[in-house]
Design a protein around this ligand. Structure first.
Ligand code: AR6
Length: 178
């Protein structure tokens, strides 16, 4: 599986599946979540509401992932996952790793070959970018094989990009920018 770093907006990615840094309600929010619902249109929210009315009545638990249509986005699916809020007193790294692992598993089950991730939890949820990048890259690199051939990390600004570049270098991989 190829890992690529992209500087840009996740809603513009032409991939099979884009991952949304959602919250448990699945009903939208700010950051990536807000952008995805705004640009993807009401079909995404309609499917999220249906999920809340069926198997996720209590909301989507932190660390899990579920797919909907991508509506008007140039992708086929949105995979919603709920990152942990960063805590100074409790180690929630396993939950952040789970977001990446579960999203990839869902992507593989859908038959997605290309998947774009944002830097989950590193915005409103306050996770430090250096640690968030390290967990993201290590987890994706170590994930069980699926049909997914390419994972892109879509970084919104140069600071986030630099953190991912460094973390990828620490894994001993060449940075591959399309
Ligand atoms: N494309 C790529 N990256 C982005 C974009 C974009 N369009 N917009 C922001 N980022 P966040 P979280 C970066 O806050 O921390 C929502 O309200 C951003 O700079 O979107 O997991 C949800 O509903 C940061 O590095 O997600 C939840 O309540 C990263 O994406 C909560 O925020 C993630 O920032 C989730 O917070």
């Amino acid at each position: 599986m190829r890992i690529v770093l992209v500087r840009g907006d996740i809603t513009e990615q032409r991939v099979d599946a884009v991952v949304n840094a959602a919250n448990s309600s699945l009903l939208g929010g700010g950051g990536v979540d807000g952008a995805i619902h705004r640009r993807g249109g009401p079909e995404i929210l309609a499917e999220c509401r249906a999920l809340r009315a069926s198997q996720y009545g209590g909301g989507l638990p932190t660390g899990q992932a579920v797919a909907t249509t991508a509506g008007r986005l140039p992708a086929r699916w949105v995979i919603h996952t709920v990152g942990p809020v960063h805590s100074g007193s409790e180690d929630r790294s396993h939950l952040l790793a789970s977001c990446y692992r579960e999203s990839l598993r869902v992507a593989g089950d859908l038959g997605a070959r290309t998947v774009a991730f944002p830097a989950i939890s590193t915005g409103i949820y306050g996770w430090p970018l250096d640690d968030g990048a390290r967990i993201a890259l290590r987890t994706v690199r170590a994930a069980p094989a699926t049909l997914v051939e390419e994972v892109s990390f879509v970084l919104f600004d140069s600071t986030a990009y630099a953190h991912f570049e460094r973390a990828l270098g620490d894994l001993g991989e060449i940075v591959d920018t399309p």
